[in-house]
Design a protein around this ligand. Structure first.
Ligand code: UD1
Length: 430
């Protein structure tokens, strides 16, 4: 178990430049898509995060050979060696479910462990299963595994009852090799879904309606090699934008796609931050001394992302007044609130709403990270909490943020990584 400790002797004002890594949620489906072809796929701008390692371990078990040099990956699945995604890996990373569609489409069978419960509420995969059944797959659940078979998937029309990101991705990948045309309705609009579709098109897939709610896929016999760059991580970018607003800082955030951050930019600007687009891929965020309270409701893209909810809550603890955050995507996604309360925040949870009464000074304490974005919110809180904040169980953070402490150290933050909960110094404490 590792921890991160932040030392805040006087309030930080983050200044400088930070470069955003490739998107975790874009690289994971791109990696799963490599199962669809025996050709080599070259991916660049790979974020070096734990989830990528987990997906590469899973793909190796399924037959992939790869070479990762810095942030460039060459990967090839000449033959599918196994069609089983074991529970230990799926439990570590729910996005392992993304191999279900590709395995079924290329190999005709798949055995993928059911993800089960997780820290942010129940997250079913029924829509993935219903959609694949509509394409002709025979699916049963046995001994905790989804067992799927289909000689050849057949194109069909399927409407998602609810928008699902990985569900849409699984279905698009499966349909790419199905016989005939598939029409998917009520698809998730997240940029990571479009980015996957663009990779598939480079591999030879026939897809229309990329970025729209209805996607049409004409199945092809086979897909081939391609080279593709992973899009910037809008959630990592958003986390640093909130950090700038929270600390009255002045940050230049490089390698972002501003168009993917519309809902967050709007909320940050109304709350008082100044945001300037300084080039096609750079934003400058200048925090204000007075933070205005904001009501926020999470929603599927282009709405306010649930993956930014925890970080925005920290900002609202420092706003002058009361804010209400409504979480509509996942139930029980407020575990960070209890930890923020330990730091001195005034937050009341009422069902799917968090009522945050600001402004409350925060004071450092030991807190526990419960999931990926909750961990990021605690790091942000540590920047404004006086004294020492120690965030335990930091491995959640490593799943999705590349070298977050190195990036913060460059911005002037005193932060170090502690191993095994003792005081062994691993990070550079400046
Ligand atoms: C993806 C993201 C995650 C983000 C989430 C919502 C990846 C790897 N992860 O997760 O970071 O928080 O989108 O933006 O891209 N649902 C069902 N049945 C299903 C599938 C989903 O009811 O079969 C529900 C979920 O419980 C949830 C909603 O649909 O309420 C959206 O979930 P979904 O978009 O599927 O999330 P993920 O793809 O798992």
């Amino acid at each position: 178990m590792e921890s991160l400790r932040i030392y805040t002797e006087k309030p930080y004002q983050l200044r400088g430049q930070v470069t955003i890594s490739g998107a975790k949620n874009a690289v994971l489906p791109a990696l799963a898509a490599t199962l669809l072809t025996s050709g080599e796929i070259a991916l660049s701008n790979i974020p070096l995060v734990k989830d990528v390692q987990t997906m590469l371990t899973l793909l190796s078990e399924l037959g992939a050979e790869y070479e990762l040099k810095k942030k460039s990956l060459r990967i090839r699945v000449e033959k599918i060696a196994s069609e089983r995604a074991p529970y230990q890996l799926v439990r570590a990373m729910r996005a392992s479910i993304l191999v279900l569609g590709p395995l079924l489409a290329r190999k005709g069978k798949a055995a993928v462990a059911l993800p089960g419960g997780c820290a942010i509420g129940t997250r079913p995969v029924d829509l993935h299963i219903n959609g694949l059944q509509k394409l002709g797959a025979d699916i049963k659940i046995e001994h905790g595994y989804i067992l799927a078979k289909a000689k050849k998937l057949k194109g069909a029309e399927f409407e998602f009852e609810k928008k699902t990101v990985t569900g849409t991705e699984n279905l698009v990948m499966a349909a790419a090799l199905a016989r005939g045309e598939t029409i998917l309705k009520n698809c998730a609009l997240e940029p990571e879904v479009s980015s996957l579709c663009e990779l598939l098109v480079k591999m030879g897939a026939k897809i229309e309606g990329i970025g729209e709610e209805t996607i049409r896929i004409r199945g092809v016999e086979e897909l081939g090699p391609a080279a593709f760059r992973i899009i910037p991580d809008r959630i990592e970018a958003g986390t640093f934008m909130v950090a700038a607003a929270l600390t009255q800082g002045d940050l230049i955030i490089n390698e972002v796609e501003p168009a993917h951050l519309g809902a967050l930019i709007d909320k940050l600007m109304i709350s008082g931050a100044r945001i300037e687009k300084i080039s096609k891929r750079s934003l400058r965020v200048i925090g204000s001394q007075e933070i205005k309270p904001q009501d926020v409701t999470t929603a599927p893209y282009p709405g306010f992302p649930t993956d930014m909810q925890a970080q925005f809550m920290v900002l609202m603890t420092q706003a002058d007044g009361t804010s209400i955050i409504t979480e509509t995507i996942f139930d029980r996604r407020f575990a960070h609130a209890n930890e923020l309360i330990r730091l001195g925040a005034s937050i009341e949870i009422q069902g799917d709403k968090a009522i945050i009464r600001g402004r409350t000074p925060l004071s450092g304490a030991e807190v526990m990270a419960t999931d990926l974005r909750a961990s990021a919110s605690l790091v942000l809180a540590g920047l404004v909490a006086s004294g020492q904040t120690t965030i335990n169980d930091i491995e959640h953070l490593d799943r999705g943020y590349e070298k977050i402490e190195d990036k913060l150290i460059k911005l002037g933050v005193k932060i170090e990584r502690l191993k095994n909960n003792n005081n062994h110094r691993a990070g550079d404490k400046k």
